[in-house]
Structures are given as structure tokens and as C-alpha cells.
Design a protein around this ligand. Structure first.
Ligand code: HXC
Length: 256
């Protein structure tokens, strides 16, 4: 538990709930600092295999904190490279699932997209309304949204501020699945537990290679995949995983 986050361990799953209800979980510097600390601890903890980030029923997060940004000028923003701290969040090597109910707007949508995939409640609403504040996304939203849903929808959302509901987000490929709001957190934790039960090195490798698809061309990406695939044949868990299949039993992972 921190001032802005509720942190729970559910066996090998770290469940983080954004907890600034009065500001609809707007992401200020304190949330960023606390989330980075919690995420670093999760990444370093061999007992934790997957993390879920969620918000409230009303809002996953309604954006970066407008009240914190309001008085800033270009010199403040540029000299402190405002929002650059979020890059550290995206360098987390273990998986993070966003469980989104209600508003995921601006920085909230961007945080969800920085996670490895998004599970949405049927109440979820995604949007990049920064244009209404006479600015743009600043935490990667224009890039990640365009990758996720293609140019047409990303451009329309950024230029008009229109929100996408959960059904449209699923059709567009922004979210992996939509579940009833009342089941969101349990479903996310269950999904995270499935990931956490996999061999840890294979989890990291799968995350790294799917992410490479967004940075590399096809030929380079396929080669990167094959090299990582080869590398896993130097692990104890690969021996164990294949032996367990042949012997019709569950694998026991050492993470080596
Ligand atoms: C600070 C926020 C906030 C935000 C809501 N609040 N969003 N505070 N930053 N992003 C605060 C409100 O000021 C209000 O505080 C309280 O939360 C409840 O919000 P209401 O507006 O009263 O709730 P409601 O009428 O239900 O409307 C919900 C909403 C609306 C549609 C989500 O709050 C809204 O449009 N919020 C802003 C969304 C947005 O523009 N996000 C993008 C931010 S910019 P008080 O004290 O009045 O009760 C961003 C930029 C990244 O993310 C890069 C830019 C550089």
C-alpha cells in the first residue's frame, strides 16, 4: 500500500489498484514514482510472475493530472523531459496486464497501452482527448494507438477526442477480451495466474519477442524470434517442459 496505490499479492500475481478516486485516478508525479517503485520490486521478485494494474469501476485513469500540468511552461516540460519517467515502466521485463473498467483517457489510455495487453470490462471507454486541451498525447499514445488500431481510428480519436467503447476496442484489436464489469479483476488475476505458472524465462522471451514486432521489420523480427527460441534450448526448464509433456505430468520450473 502506498499513498496512491493499493498493492496486493495473490500468490504469484501482484495486483496494483490505482487509488486516487477523487481525481478519477489522474496520473500525477506521485503515482508515477510509486508505480515505478512497485513495478521495480515486482520485476526483481522471483516469487512474482505476473502483475495486474486496475483502477476503479468508474475510471481506470482519466488521464495525466491536468491540475499538475496546468501551470507548466515549455521550459519546465522540456528541461525535465516531463513524462520520460514512464519509459522505465515499459522496460519492465515481466508481463503486466491492464484491467480496464470505466474511463481510460489520455495518459490512462496510454498507461493501459504500455501494459502487455488489456482486458476490458464492458464499461470501458478509451480515448485520447488531449486535443480538447490544445495538446497531444505525451506518453506514447499516438504511436501505440496507431500500432494497435491502425491509422484511421487512431487519427480520428486523436483529432476529435472521440471515445471508443469496449466492444469497438475489442473489434479494433486494442483489447484482448471484454468481460462483464463485475468479473474484471478476478478474470485478470486468473489470467495473470496462468501466465505466472509458466516457465519464467519463456515468459520473458515471449514478451520480448512480441514487443520486437513493433520495433523491427519482419525479417529482422523473425530472426530475433528464432535466436531467442534457440537460446531457450540452453535452459533447464526447456528440458523439464518437454520431458513433462512426454511423461504426461505438469512441469516444475526452476527459472533456469
Ligand atoms: C486532474 C481530473 C482529471 C485529470 C478528472 N479529474 N480527470 N483531475 N486530471 N485528467 C478530476 C476532476 O477535476 C474532478 O475533480 C474529479 O476528477 C471528478 O471528475 P468530473 O469531471 O467531475 O467527473 P465526470 O463529470 O464524471 O467526468 C468524467 C470525465 C472528465 C469525462 C473523465 O473528468 C474528464 O473529461 N476528465 C479529463 C479527461 C482528459 O482530458 N484526459 C486527458 C488528460 S491530458 P473536482 O476537484 O472538480 O471534484 C493527458 C495528457 C497526456 O492525459 C499528455 C499531455 C501533455
Amino acid at each position: 500500500m502506498t499513498e496512491t496505490l493499493i498493492v496486493e499479492r495473490r500468490d504469484a500475481v501482484t495486483l496494483v489498484t490505482l487509488n486516487r478516486p477523487k481525481a478519477l485516478n489522474a496520473l500525477n508525479s506521485q503515482v508515477l514514482a510509486e508505480l515505478l517503485e512497485v513495478t521495480r520490486a515486482y520485476d526483481a521478485d522471483a516469487g512474482q510472475g505476473c502483475m495486474v494494474i486496475t483502477g476503479s469501476e468508474k475510471a481506470f485513469a482519466a488521464g495525466a493530472d491536468i491540475k499538475e500540468m496546468q501551470a507548466q511552461g515549455f521550459a519546465d516540460m522540456y528541461s525535465h523531459d516531463f513524462f520520460a519517467g514512464w519509459d522505465a515502466f515499459t522496460r519492465t521485463r515481466k508481463p503486466i496486464i491492464a484491467a480496464v473498467a470505466g474511463y481510460a483517457l489520455g495518459g490512462g489510455c496510454e498507461l493501459a497501452m504500455m501494459c502487455d495487453f488489456i482486458l476490458a470490462a464492458d464499461t470501458a471507454k478509451f480515448g485520447q482527448p488531449e486535443i480538447k486541451l490544445a495538446v497531444t498525447p505525451g506518453m506514447g499514445g499516438s504511436q501505440r494507438l496507431a500500432h494497435a488500431v491502425g491509422k484511421a481510428k487512431a487519427m480520428e480519436m486523436c483529432l476529435t477526442g472521440r471515445m471508443m467503447d469496449a466492444a469497438e476496442a475489442e473489434r479494433a484489436g486494442l483489447v484482448s477480451r471484454v468481460v462483464p464489469a463485475g468479473e474484471l479483476v478476478e478474470e485478470a488475476v486468473k489470467t495473470a495466474a496462468t501466465v505466472a505458472a509458466m516457465a519464467p524465462l519463456a515468459v520473458k522471451a515471449n514478451k520480448e519477442m512480441v514487443n520486437a514486432a513493433f520495433d523491427m521489420g519482419l525479417t529482422q523480427g523473425v530472426q530475433f524470434e528464432r535466436r531467442l527460441f534457440h537460446a531457450l534450448f540452453g535452459t533447464e526448464d526447456q528440458n523439464e517442459g518437454m520431458a513433462a509433456f512426454v511423461e504426461k505430468r505438469a512441469g516444475k520450473w526452476t527459472g533456469r
